[in-house]
Design a protein around this ligand. Structure first.
Ligand SMILES: Nc1nc2c(ncn2[C@@H]2O[C@H](COP(=O)(O)OP(=O)(O)O)[C@@H](O)[C@H]2O)c(=O)[nH]1
Ligand SMILES: [Mg+2]
Length: 451
C-alpha cells in the first residue's frame, strides 16, 4: 500500500509545475523523403485521439488550435481522410515542414488529484537536414576532399561525370566569378539528385541542397565542393562556412531548437532491397545522424556551443530510431529489423556518459497493410505476410527474405532481398486508431517520463 502510494505521488512531485503551467513537449519526427513521416504523424494522431490511449494514461486528447503561430499546421484531417477512403489511399506527398499540436489531459497519479495537462507538439522535420550534422566539425577543404573521393567512384560516374568534368576544367586560380559559382552549384545539385534517384543513395551533403528550407535561398547556398586555394575556392569556402554557421544556429533556433525528443525514421527494408551500396549508404547516414545527436547531448559539447553562440543549448533527451514499413515482414523478422536498427545506430555500445534509456530502436508500421501467415515455399514453411496490392482486390503473398539482425556481410547480398509490394492500407473502422504495429510502444517510450 505504502509503496503504491509512493509510486503514485513521485511523478507529481517530479513535475509539480505541470499543475500550474502546462508543459510543452516537442517531438521532432525526422527521416529522409519517403521514409514514412506523414503516415507516422497521421497514425500517432489517430492513436492519441482515440479514447483510452496508452492504457488510459491519456485521459483526453484534442488537436490544439493553431493560434498565431508561424509554422504551418500538419493537415491531419486530409491525411486521415485518405487512409479512411474507400478504397484507402496513401496520404499525398508533402515535403513542407509542419506542426501537429495536441492538448492532452494525463491521468493524475492519485485519484484525488486533478488531471495534469500537457501540450504535445510533433514536428515534421526533413531528415536530409540531419545529414548536415557532420559538417559542423569539417573544414571546407576536408569536406571537399571527401566528396571528390566519393564522386569519383567508378560505379557512380554516370551521375557525377558532368560535375567532375566541370570541376577539373577549372583553372587553379579561377576567379570568384558569380556565373562560374552558379554553374558549379547547379551541376553539383544535379549530380546529388541523380545519386539519390538512380542509385538510391541518401548520404548526400549538404542535405539542404536536396531539401531547401522554406523561403528564398540566401546567397551562401550557392557553393559546391572545390579543392585548391584560388579566389573561387576561397569564395566557396566562405559560403560553406556561412552554411555551417546557419546549420549550427538552426539547431538552437525557435523553429527547430525547441525539439527535445526525436524520432529518426528510416526505411531499412527498402535499403536492403535496393542493394549493398544503398544499404551501406543508409548505414553511413544513420551513423552520422546518431553520432551528431550524441554530440548534441554531451555536456562538453553543450558547454562549447553555449560559449560559441551565447544561447542556451537545447538538449535532446530521448531519441527513438524506428525502422518503418515493418508490415512488409512477419513478426519474427520484425524483431531482427529492430535489432538491425539498434546495431546501425550504436545502441548498447554507448560510452558511460549516456543516461540509460535515452535512446531505443523500434520496428514499426504506421499503417499496417498486411497480416502474418505461414507460407510453404519449396516444401519449407516460411513466415510471410499477405495483403492487398494498391488497386487490386485479391490478397497477395510476400516473403522478401530473411532480415539480418546486424549489418549483413557479403553472403547476404548474393541472394537479393526481394521487392516490397505496394500494399493498400487496411480499411479503417470508426472510432479505432489506424491499424499499426508498434505505435503505442513508440509513444510510450517517448513520453515515458511524463506519463
Ligand atoms: N506498407 C507500408 N507502407 C508505408 C507505411 N508508411 C508509409 N508507407 C509507404 O511509404 C510512402 C511514403 O510515406 P510518407 O509518410 O508520405 O513519407 P514521408 O516522405 O517521410 O512523409 C507511403 O506513400 C506508403 O507507400 C507503412 O506503415 N506500411
Ligand atoms: Mg511527408
Amino acid at each position: 500500500m505504502a509503496q503504491g502510494w509512493r509510486a503514485a505521488v513521485m511523478p507529481a512531485l517530479r513535475a509539480p509545475l505541470d499543475y500550474v503551467r502546462p508543459r510543452t513537449v516537442r517531438i521532432g519526427v525526422t527521416g529522409l523523403a519517403r521514409a514514412g513521416k506523414t503516415v507516422l504523424l497521421t497514425s500517432l494522431a489517430s492513436t492519441l485521439l482515440a479514447p483510452g490511449a496508452l492504457g488510459g494514461r491519456i485521459r483526453r486528447a484534442r488537436l490544439a488550435s493553431a493560434g498565431a503561430e508561424t509554422l504551418p499546421r500538419f493537415d491531419q484531417a486530409a491525411h486521415l481522410a485518405a487512409l479512411a477512403a474507400d478504397p484507402p489511399r496513401w496520404p499525398d506527398r508533402t515535403d513542407a515542414v509542419s506542426l501537429l499540436a495536441f492538448d492532452l489531459e494525463l491521468r493524475p497519479p492519485l485519484k484525488s488529484l486533478p488531471p495534469r495537462s500537457l501540450r504535445l507538439e510533433l514536428l515534421d522535420y526533413p531528415g536530409e537536414w540531419l545529414l548536415d550534422l557532420p559538417l559542423l566539425d569539417l573544414s571546407f577543404a576536408d569536406w571537399s576532399q571527401s566528396v571528390f573521393t566519393r564522386l569519383e567512384q567508378p560505379g557512380l560516374l554516370d551521375a557525377t561525370r558532368d560535375f567532375l568534368a566541370f570541376a577539373r576544367a577549372l583553372p587553379a586560380h579561377a576567379t570568384a566569378d558569380e556565373a562560374l559559382a552558379a554553374a558549379g552549384h547547379r551541376l553539383y545539385v544535379a549530380a546529388l539528385t541523380r545519386l539519390r534517384d538512380t542509385h538510391g543513395l541518401v548520404m548526400l551533403q549538404p542535405g539542404r541542397f536536396l531539401m531547401p528550407p522554406p523561403g528564398a535561398a540566401p546567397p551562401w547556398m550557392g557553393f559546391f565542393p572545390l579543392t585548391g586555394s584560388g579566389p573561387l575556392a576561397e569564395l566557396m569556402r566562405r559560403r560553406y562556412d556561412a552554411y555551417v554557421t546557419a546549420t549550427r544556429e538552426a539547431l538552437v533556433s525557435p523553429l527547430f531548437g525547441q525539439i527535445d525528443r526525436l524520432v529518426v525514421l528510416a526505411d531499412l527494408l527498402g535499403a536492403l532491397h535496393t542493394g549493398a551500396a544503398a544499404f551501406a549508404d543508409a548505414r553511413a547516414a544513420l551513423a552520422a545522424a546518431s553520432a551528431g545527436l550524441r554530440w548534441q547531448g554531451s555536456w562538453l559539447a553543450s558547454i562549447a556551443s553555449l560559449a560559441a553562440l551565447r544561447l542556451p543549448p537545447r538538449v535532446i533527451t530521448r531519441v527513438a530510431y524506428a525502422a518503418s514499413k515493418a508490415d512488409h515482414v512477419s513478426e519474427r523478422q520484425r524483431g531482427n529489423l529492430a535489432a538491425l536498427m539498434g546495431a546501425l545506430t550504436g545502441q548498447g555500445s554507448r560510452g558511460g556518459d549516456e543516461p540509460v534509456g535515452r535512446s531505443a530502436s523500434f520496428a514499426i508500421a504506421s499503417a499496417r497493410c498486411t497480416e502474418d501467415f505461414v507460407w510453404t515455399l519449396d516444401g519449407h514453411p516460411v513466415s510471410a505476410v499477405r495483403g492487398r496490392l494498391l488497386g487490386s482486390d485479391r490478397l497477395t503473398r510476400s516473403y522478401p527474405g530473411e532480415v539480418p539482425d546486424r549489418p549483413p556481410g557479403p553472403d547476404f547480398w548474393a541472394h537479393p532481398f526481394l521487392e516490397l509490394p505496394a500494399f493498400e492500407p487496411a480499411r479503417l473502422a470508426r472510432g479505432v486508431p489506424v491499424p499499426n504495429i508498434g505505435i503505442e510502444a513508440l509513444l510510450g517510450f517517448l513520453l515515458e517520463d511524463l506519463l
